[in-house]
Design a protein around this ligand. Structure first.
Ligand code: NAD
Length: 454
């Protein structure tokens, strides 16, 4: 691919190592995004009727907040970081130099099509890399705006967008990259990892998972229901860190279900299809997959759909069969299964069926129980008495573990992720301890004390 060679040549000019050049590029991008904020919202609305509020909050403003931090901190983050020296190498000064990897490939999904394309892109640029971004082919209107924004701000040899589907993605993956940042399904994550392995290319894989929300008998039920409903039906359930299924203590199950129903109506009204605040599933194929998941299930709320508009109502399912399609993989849509548990062993039995999830949430007033869940189970991140909000603090790492991903980003972690950390010791010449050189004459009882010099 010609563009990849052009990016290699451009990177070799050393221009991206100039922090002022990077900062300037980020500032131009900031202005472009601000001036196109309405176009971005319109494009995402055309793709799947995402409410404008959700686009502003979770897509453009999210990226603008990260951009603001990067622009403010880039000089500091890009400079060599001094570390305390050891006696072993005295006299020296010890450093970490941040070096851009080089050419980065970013592959993005469709569910937060703007945020998940630009959040890694801006950090890769801030760290001094060139970037090829492949947005999702599923959200075509957003992909077109992303492409326009990038070409208005960057020379293609610095940052470029390559639009297309699986074939284009695979062609890109056949090339040699210095780093690949992938957000998408666990299935495709494995394909990306295999392609990267051929060239020993480092990767970040931001994948999905089946995220449990546990509600115990002490939980503030109405507030729990309100927060679960918000996090689940935001973006019509197409959020990687949304609740996938609820495990609720059997003594409070009926009350929770009632509160969930009431809160859905409070948020979206009685005629949900008419609500301006409820998105659509992304396309017919995805809607059909969700409808199949509902076959044979006990639907206790919702379940209505409209094929013309890819609409599926917020839907509650009571006690799904664990062998059903609904409980096999990630749901990634507005269906919420509710399962009662009696003992903590029941919780373990359910959670252990699936790989390590991207998120886990606990609603409980019992601190001991909260801590026990946090310490017993491995998952990407989560919240106590809320859902989804862990993504909003850029000082917290965002990423999965095991089946839900490799690596984490946001804020400074993103800058560091796209930088190789070069360990450097600058040694003084005025003194040279003779002890390390052969012939080794130091008595062994002294050698055994060397650990104190590290
Ligand atoms: P996907 O894996 O189908 O596609 C993601 C990207 O990979 C797209 O750009 C697509 O063109 C490309 N792709 C698809 N098949 C490919 C193949 N065979 N070879 C090479 N490239 C291929 O994911 P999606 O449907 O766009 O997004 C939904 C998934 O993403 C869900 O599993 C969700 O949990 C996950 N997700 C994770 C995060 C996170 O931050 N961890 C965020 C959003 C979405």
């Amino acid at each position: 691919m010609v563009i990849i060679q052009k990016q290699r040549n451009f990177f070799d000019t050393q221009k991206t190592k100039d922090v002022a050049f990077r900062k300037n590029s980020l500032k131009r991008l900031q202005n472009e995004i601000i001036s196109r904020e309405d176009d971005i919202a319109a494009a995402i609305y055309k793709d799947f009727k995402k409410p404008k509020f959700e686009t502003l909050a979770a897509e453009t403003q999210f990226v603008l907040a990260e951009l603001k931090t990067l622009i403010r901190k880039i000089d500091y983050w890009a400079s060599p970081e001094r570390k305390s020296a050891t006696l072993m190498n005295w006299p020296s000064s010890d450093w970490i130099y941040k070096e851009p990897y080089g050419r980065i490939l970013i592959i993005a999904p469709w569910n937060y099509p703007f945020q998940l394309a630009f959040a890694p892109l801006i950090s890769a640029v801030a760290a001094g890399n060139t970037v090829v971004l492949k947005p999702s082919e599923v959200t075509t209107h957003t992909a077109a705006v992303i492409s326009e924004i990038v070409s208005a701000v960057f020379e293609p040899e610095h940052v470029t967008v390559v639009e297309g589907g699986v074939d284009v993605s695979q062609k890109l993956l056949d090339q040699k990259w210095d780093y690949i940042f992938f957000t998408g399904s666990t299935r495709v994550g494995k394909i990306v990892y295999q392609s990267a392995a051929k060239h020993l290319t480092p990767v970040t894989l931001e994948l999905g998972g089946k995220n449990p929300t546990i509600v115990d008998e002490s939980a503030a039920l109405n507030l729990a229901a309100k927060r679960i409903v918000w996090g689940k039906f935001l973006n019509a359930g197409q959020t990687c860190i949304a609740t996938d299924y609820i495990l609720v203590h059997k003594s409070v199950k009926e009350k929770l279900i009632e509160a969930l129903k009431q809160n859905i109506i409070k948020c979206y009204g009685k005629n949900i299809e008419e609500s301006q605040d409820y998105a659509r599933t992304v396309n017919q194929k995805h809607l059909n997959g969700l409808k199949e998941m509902l076959e044979g299930q006990e639907i206790i709320f919702g379940g209505e759909f409209n094929n013309q508009d890819n609409y599926l109502a917020p839907t509650l399912v009571n006690e799904p069969n664990l062998d059903s399609k609904l409980m096999h993989g990630e749901i990634f849509g507005p269906i919420l299964p509710i399962i009662a548990y009696e003992t903590e062993a029941d919780i373990a039995k359910h959670i252990m069926i699936y790989g390590k999830p991207l998120a886990t949430y606990v609603f409980s007033k019992r601190k001991k129980f909260q801590e026990k869940i946090l310490k017993t189970y491995s998952f990407g991140g989560g919240a106590i008495n809320d859902t989804v909000i862990q993504i909003t603090n850029k000082k917290l790492p965002f990423g999965g573990v095991g089946a839900s991903g490799i690596g984490a980003y946001h804020g400074r972690m993103s800058f560091d992720l796209f930088s190789h950390h070069k360990a450097i010791i600058k040694k003084a010449n005025w003194f040279d301890a003779p002890l390390r050189y052969p012939p080794y004459n130091l008595p062994m009882n002294i050698v055994k004390k060397i650990k104190h010099l590290f």
